[in-house]
Design a protein around this ligand. Structure first.
Ligand code: AMP
Ligand code: MG
Length: 508
């Protein structure tokens, strides 16, 4: 009967899997540490007193082929609290500058983050491993080098939520806590977040050398980033132009993602802008709840420089800072052309993403009035951004349908009727059934987002009771943002009145 053994039978048995790595098998390299020392300072993490594990993310562990059982080791927190370093690591803090709220600050750098090095997984992907909150560095200025548990929980949950929403972002492996007091507006406790990203290089990593007039370092860093992350440009005679063009297009796409999911970053300084187009450095971010284009999530930004509706143009402004730093490498004419391509690229992504949220198969720029009309309705009726898109999946496109369940959510029902008429007409120009459209819409309109009040519950339980279960519950929930999770229905609710418009402090 051996001739009946077919290769396809493997499908039932599953693929053979290789065992994951134990901690001591993680093989750290650090190519950044092999750049000349103008780019960083070598520094060891400061040990975290009596560290304990707060949360461990098995999804991120897979990125570095780490066996999740390792999180149960008694000494795990020592390793990721920065107390025990793997052999041969070359820890460092990266140097950068940045435009902060429009002002150039010539000397910043990782003031509380330490890059341990990078791990290469079996798929050949490189992941830099950074400990955030791991003590002072030469760039700490007057800071204490620490991060508080509250902000570490927020970054941990949000970066994983963004990833599950399909938005490029740094990832988060674990949080290690300590009872060491850290003073912000009040006394809090310290935590170290282990962050993973292919690169933590920022726009400001280039700007620092432009203002020092050290143009050779700009070229060296650009060569390093291109070789590692944009190898397809390495051999081109115009590699720096291609690099600027690519980061411009990635940033335009990232901004379209943020806008369409209602994410507000809060501190879009150029030192927080990733050279790979990732969402980076989560601070006082917020997901918009009732739709308000002027939404400000950061209470240290009363002018609203980084308000929700400013983000796309700030993305361009930040790119112009990067372009200035690269001005010896890319001609002015090329730079102008690249920066001019930002707005069309942004709108193209925006319309594709927003059109998909409305269930359109072939959205075009001509659908702008339909999209805007919907957003205006949400704003005037102060409706929840996320839930309104999700509920629209039930829209009945039949001419006779009055869509009363949807309609009843609007104070101005006539305005809803008028918009519904144009939506119905637009849907009529597409093929497919309402149920097909519903399935498409449910796959792109999240049911669950990281609402501030949900994060706050997890934070308070962790701070007051040392109960970390809510963090894990939210992590699991937000990992499947599009799925109906009936037992978690309450987590889709808009915030209670008392928790509306939480603004988050910049001090983290
Ligand atoms: P952020 O606004 O969090 O991106 O931080 C801006 C700069 O301040 C970065 O260079 C940080 O590394 C640094 N920084 C923020 N908080 C601290 C802290 N507690 N200790 C030292 N440096 C910090
Ligand atoms: Mg930062």
């Amino acid at each position: 009967m051996t001739n009946k053994l077919k290769l396809s039978r493997i499908g039932i048995l599953g693929r053979p899997t290789l065992p994951m790595h134990k901690l001591h098998q993680l093989n750290f390299a650090n190519r950044y540490a092999h750049l000349p020392e103008h780019f960083y300072s070598r520094v060891n993490p400061t040990p975290l007193p009596a560290p304990y594990l707060v949360s461990f993310n098995t999804h991120a562990a897979r990125l570095i082929d780490l066996d999740s059982d390792e999180a149960r080791r008694a000494d795990f927190a020592e390793h990721f609290g920065g107390n025990r370093l793997p052999p041969d690591v070359e820890p460092l803090a990266m140097l950068y500058a940045g435009h902060q709220f429009g002002q150039f600050v010539p000397q910043l750098g990782d003031g509380r983050a330490i890059l341990l090095g990078e791990l290469t997984n079996r798929a050949g992907e490189h992941w830099e491993v950074q400990l955030k909150g791991s003590g002072v560095t030469p760039y700490s200025r007057r800071g204490d080098g620490r991060a508080v548990l509250r902000s570490s929980i927020r970054e941990y949950l949000c970066s994983e939520a963004m990833h599950a929403l399909g938005i490029p972002t740094s990832r988060a492996l674990c949080i290690v806590g300590s009872d060491e007091p850290v003073y912000r507006e009040t006394a809090e406790t310290a935590a170290v977040l282990t962050r993973l990203a292919p690169s933590h290089v920022r726009f400001g990593s280039f700007e620092v050398f432009f203002y020092r007039g050290q143009y050779e370092h700009i070229a060296a860093l650009a060569d390093f980033v291109i070789a590692r992350h944009y190898p397809e440009f390495s051999e081109a005679s115009d590699k720096y132009r291609l690099f600027l063009k690519e980061i411009t297009s990635r940033t335009a796409k990232l901004m379209a993602h943020w806008q369409t999911v209602g994410f507000c970053h809060g501190v879009m300084n150029t030192d927080n802008m990733s050279i790979l187009g990732l969402t980076l450095d989560y601070g006082p971010f917020g997901f918009m709840e009732s739709y308000d284009p002027g939404y400000i999530c950061n209470h240290s930004d009363p002018q609203g420089r980084y308000a929700y509706d400013q983000q796309p143009q700030v993305g361009l402004w930040n790119l112009s800072c990067l372009a200035q730093a690269l001005s010896r490498l890319v001609s002015e004419a090329d730079t102008d052309k690249i920066l001019e391509s930002y707005a069309p690229a942004y709108y193209q992504h925006y319309v594709a993403l927003m059109g998909a949220k409305l269930g359109l198969l072939n959205p075009t720029l001509e659908d702008f009035p339909l999209i805007d009309g919907w957003l205006t309705l949400l704003q005037k009726n102060q409706l929840d951004y996320t839930n309104s898109f999700r509920n629209l999946d039930n829209f009945d496109s039949a001419a006779s349908a009055d869509n009363h369940a949807l309609r009843d959510q609007f104070i101005d029902r006539e305005a809803f009727d008028a918009w519904a008429e144009s939506y119905r007409a637009r849907l009529g120009r597409e093929s497919g059934t309402d149920s097909e459209r519903k399935a498409r819409m449910d796959a792109v309109n999240p049911k669950y987002i990281l609402r501030n009040y949900l994060a706050q519950v997890a934070i308070e339980k962790a701070e007051n009771q040392r109960d970390f279960s809510e963090i894990d519950r939210l992590l699991a929930l937000l990992n499947k943002p599009y799925d109906e999770q009936p037992e978690m229905e309450d987590y889709a609710a808009p915030p209670p009145e008392s928790a509306r418009r939480i603004m988050v402090s910049c001090s983290s």
